[in-house]
Design a protein around this ligand. Structure first.
Ligand SMILES: [Zn+2]
Length: 485
């Protein structure tokens, strides 16, 4: 299925709803295929695995006809329903099943359907010589191809379920659909016609769900048993560790920033605009250098670096754009930032139990807040600078993509949102019996993709801006902006 476009989503109160979810409410866990239904129909999967699709479907057909004749009131060939049949009926069913398939076909299920809990089943299907590990392997391999409800294997099972339902007479369908259904077992999955029949089967099988009573007990028993039986099998993501040599590039960058620093201190020491712009870019430079010095390009902190470099770049462009609308936007920008410092300072002063080892140094921050003006004259504005959030600022300076494609992604890491947590701190378990859950990645099995190329890209944009404003020295400027890894 093609991913849907952003514009097809319904945007309401700041939330994008996918086109599918606007017309459907998601199924609850017990009704979902892998959790709630696969355990009920795994026996069908075992028969198909043992005999192959064509012979397997024939054998299952014979089995469900027997089941329907024995229990005409049954609407689905659910394992839990079979297991709760009265002894003579259950025994008679198993006896007839064993005339169609060999005992070892569904014997792996005895690992879960044990003598103590399901004695009739165990009596008929237990094969003591069948190695436990082998029984596990068969179950897991079968589940592997069935966990996704849209695989061919899962669709084969859903066909059987649907067919049983039709046999029971509860579901009525059109003759045209019935004819297609009858063709299903005779056609190979590669057949062009199947592209139409498979989705039809899946959607028709879903309709019957609403009539089902879920056997919560059985499903809970199944998952508890199978998940405890096997260990996690970690599936790790590994990106290339950043080890490209950028020392030459960093030296050239240093040369540029040294030049800017000389320009400010010796030529125009009191130029407030230049001071603010150079200071912001110096902050970007330092963050970049820090990431390099400590090899943070593959780390979570590296993402913070990209994010702040983007924010700085957008902020400079924004300040330049709005300069003419303000009396002195450069001063306002400084006072805005100091005001936020003052706010934290005030909270510290009012707090009784300050931890002296905290990384907030009250005396030092107090000195900074009072550096040029008396603290009392600094306003504390807890809104966004110029009352525009970073998204609006990015739009105002035509950097919507930089914001939408990079900044937002890296923000997830800074705010500890789930996508970032999943990507950086969890590792996938490839065991279907564990429903492919994720486990904490405390031993750094995963790493993240290097942020170095993006840091260079934003640094280039930043330098281009500085060059437009002040002219940067050749040929260092050309070399630095040409640099790529
Ligand atoms: Zn696991």
């Amino acid at each position: 299925m093609e991913p849907s476009k952003l514009k097809d989503h319904v945007f309401k109160k700041g939330k994008f709803t996918t086109p599918l979810n606007t017309i459907m409410t998601p199924l609850n866990d017990d009704e979902s295929w892998s959790h709630g239904r696969l355990p009920e129909y795994l026996w069908i999967g075992l028969v198909l695995k043992k005999y192959g699709r064509s012979v397997g479907l024939e054998k299952i057909y014979k089995i469900i006809v027997i089941l329907h004749e024995l229990v005409p009131a049954l609407f689905a060939p659910r394992m839990s329903d079979v297991l709760s049949l009265e002894y003579p009926i259950q025994a008679s069913f198993y006896e007839q099943v064993l005339s169609i398939i060999s005992k070892d076909t569904i014997a792996p299920l005895t690992l879960l359907l044990t003598q103590s809990k399901y004695p009739v089943f165990a009596e008929f299907f237990c094969v003591p010589t069948f190695d436990i590990k082998l029984r596990q392997d068969v179950l897991l391999e079968t589940m592997q191809s069935l966990m996704d409800h849209q695989t061919h294997e899962a669709t084969d099972i859903r066909f059987v379920v649907l067919f049983f339902e039709l046999m029971s007479g509860r579901l009525k369908i059109l003759k045209k659909e019935g004819d297609l259904l009858l063709e299903y077992p005779t056609l190979e999955h590669a057949n062009e016609k199947m592209r139409m029949i498979r989705p039809m089967i899946r959607s028709m099988e879903m309709m019957s769900l609403h009539f089902e009573t879920i056997s919560e007990d059985y499903i809970a028993h199944f998952w508890k048993g199978i998940s405890q039986m096997t260990d996690c099998s970690l599936y790790t993501m590994h990106f290339i560790n950043e080890d490209r040599d950028i020392s030459g590039y960093l030296e050239e960058l240093h040369e540029i920033f040294a030049y800017l620093s000389r320009l400010l201190t010796s030529v125009t020491p009191l130029d407030e605009k230049m001071n603010v712009i150079f200071s912001i870019t110096t902050y970007s430079y330092k963050r970049f250098k820090e990431a390099s010095d400590h090899n943070l390009f593959n780390s979570i902190s590296g993402r913070g670096c990209v994010r702040v470099m983007i924010e700085n770049y957008i902020m400079i462009k924004y300040l330049l754009k709005k300069e003419s609308e303000h009396q002195n936007i450069w001063r306002e920008y400084q006072f805005y930032g100091l005001g936020l410092y003052k706010l934290v300072l005030a909270r510290h002063r009012e707090c009784k139990n300050i931890n002296p080892t905290s990384h907030f140094d009250e005396d030092y921050i107090e000195a900074l807040v009072n550096e040029f003006v008396l603290e009392e004259s600094v306003d504390m504005d807890t809104r966004y600078f110029d009352q525009q959030n970073i998204r609006l600022k990015a739009e105002a300076v035509n950097e919507k993509d930089l914001f939408g494609l990079y900044y937002d992604y890296d923000s997830s890491f800074e705010h500890g949102l789930w996508g970032a947590i999943r990507e950086s701190s969890l590792v996938k378990c490839n065991n279907p019996a564990h429903k492919y859950h994720c486990v904490p990645d405390i031993d750094d099995h995963n790493n993240l993709k290097s942020v170095l190329p993006d840091c260079i890209m934003i640094m280039r944009k930043t330098l281009e801006l500085l060059n437009e404003l002040y002219g940067l020295p050749s040929p260092t400027y050309e070399e630095v902006t040409k640099f790529n890894v």
